[in-house]
Design a protein around this ligand. Structure first.
Ligand code: CO
Ligand code: ZN
Length: 339
């Protein structure tokens, strides 16, 4: 499992540039499914036939947050626009990797920011630039183009019980679906496995994928934040914790999850002695929010993997939470849900 997580998180595929991760995931799932399709936006929609005749959609987004080159100045310094939700304060000194392999490092306009260093609101992409070590505009242009994307430089690290990497959001969800396919034989549900594009820029891929499938039931897999029970003086409104099991989403800013489905999932976890926690998140959203409002509506929830330092190169998860999520899903896909 850790090898799979390493492989998936080391691939650079920001929103709208999912071709590399799509290829890797397709290679992994092909032996275990009846059909693999790629739609117009680039979503992978795989199908595995079950015995019960009802459709369950499992979703994980395969894109990650990234950057887009907008301008290169006369001295070869690069300006980028964020792709997805970045905190500019975290950028200085971070290494990033461009689509065609160039490596650069963020820094800020020192003269401007030395006046304002106490005020983090002043650290914005206006004042951040990327240095790839080029001396001139032409030298920079020989390595990086306008419109080229970048991601955080991969920094996978196995810490034993915990694992740290960029793009755990949401390659961990992708890894969980792949592992589920390896483990489960014949599901009760007809499974539609969606590896969605462009979640980080507005739940784009899940919106069209869910429309095409129109499932009876849907579960999105994604990461969630942890707070005061997990980190020194962590956020008071966030009780989720690494190692306490998958978090059953109750609500976030994109959805109020289906309460009957949640109760059924919690019961299933208890029957099989799988730890779980609940998630009420005061911000953020997942593909679940888009899937829920498809056509005449879909019974939907999200299972979340508690993750530290989300949207950084150091996203950290507990490997037991991953195993428990796979276990829980392997029971869910085998038994009919009766609302
Ligand atoms: Co995200
Ligand atoms: Zn995510």
């Amino acid at each position: 499992m850790k090898n799979l997580i390493q492989q998936l998180t080391e691939i650079s595929s920001p929103s709208g540039r999912e071709q590399n991760i799509r290829q890797a995931i397709t290679d992994h799932i092909r032996p275990y499914v009846d059909q693999v399709q790629v739609d117009a936006l680039g979503n992978i929609i795989a199908y595995k036939k079950g015995s019960g005749g009802k459709k369950l959609l499992l979703d994980a987004h395969m894109d990650e947050i990234g950057f887009m080159v907008s301008h290169i100045d006369d001295h070869g310094f690069i300006r980028v626009e964020p792709v997805g939700g970045h905190m500019p304060l975290r950028m200085p000194n971070q290494r990033i990797r461009f689509e065609h392999g160039a490596i650069g490092c963020f820094f800020y306009e020192s003269e401007e920011l030395s006046k304002h260093l106490a005020d983090y609101q002043q650290v914005t992409f206006d004042r951040l630039f990327v240095d790839i070590g080029a001396g001139t505009k032409n030298e920079a242009l020989s390595r990086v183009r306008i419109g080229e994307s970048a991601t955080f430089h991969p920094l996978f690290h196995d810490m034993g019980g915990k694992v740290m990497a960029k793009a755990m959001d949401d390659r961990i969800g992708c890894a969980i679906i792949i592992e589920l396919l390896r483990q489960c034989s014949t599901p009760w549900y007809d499974l539609y496995l969606v590896f969605a594009v462009q979640e980080e820029v507005g739940l784009v891929g899940a919106t069209t994928a869910a429309y095409g499938v129109h499932p009876d039931l849907a579960i999105a897999l994604d990461v969630t934040s942890t707070g005061f029970r997990d980190l020194p003086k962590g956020l008071k409104r966030i009780p989720m914790k690494l190692g306490d099991g998958p978090a059953i989403k109750i609500q976030d800013r994109s959805m109020i999850a289906d309460a009957r489905l949640n109760q059924w999932i919690a019961q299933t976890a208890e029957e099989h002695h799988i730890p779980y926690q609940y998630e009420v998140l005061p911000f953020g959203g997942t593909d679940g929010g888009a899937i829920q409002t498809t056509k005449t509506g879909v019974i939907t929830t999200t299972l979340s993997i508690p993750t530290r330092y989300i949207h950084s190169p150091c996203e950290m998860i507990d490997i037991n939470d991953v195993h428990h999520t796979v276990q829980l899903l392997s029971h869910i896909v085998k038994k009919p849900f009766d609302s």
